[in-house]
Ligand binder design. Sequence first.
Ligand code: MG
Length: 231
Amino acid sequence: MLLLFDIDGTLLRTQGVGVAAMAEALRELHDGREFSFEGVEIAGRLDTLIWRDVMSRHGLEASAELHDRFRCAYARHLERRLAESPGVARLMPGVPALLRALRADSRRHLGLVTGNYGETGRLKIRASGLDPDQFTINAFADDGPDRRSLPGVALRRFRETHGRDASASTTVVIGDTPHDVDCARASGCLAVAVATGDFDRGELEEHRPDLVLDDLADTAAFLRWLESARA
Ligand SMILES: [Mg+2]
């Protein structure tokens, strides 16, 4: 069984440090100009698309070269900001215990399906105190044109890594936004929505995930649901 976790709002929150580092990277690359993220949808979206929207809102061309430079500068500023504020990347309730319990069964495989770039996603996870290497099957922002394409990338990587298919119907996408639920649905995966991000339980329920949780604190309940979903 493959369990694919979102990062921001699901495993952890960085209290705005991620967006601040993005804004700083943009300032650095565009002669000190101030960038606003107002009106740009962020939660549950790919960093590549957030960058493109911000560029477009400021009348700037979104070239591949500028994107590469942004990505490098963003990682550098994020790393520094996370180091300057120890503890700013806060784990959501129950996350370490749940991951430990999931890892205890070798038939379960942990991965990431996230809008973060690989390197910045790993920086956030490490800053929260988790080992990023426990997530072995991952799909990041630059692995596809949109979030919907990412679970399929993870399933392909599972096949490449393990030499056999992981069934989409028993693969679980765990995230905090309607985009996470949508990408699970579009890929034939199970969707667990957790209300530790910007969306409350009622808002998530409207998107009909297979399971809605206030948080990931009840490990036993999560494992019971997993067993019933597998059957
Ligand atoms: Mg999220």
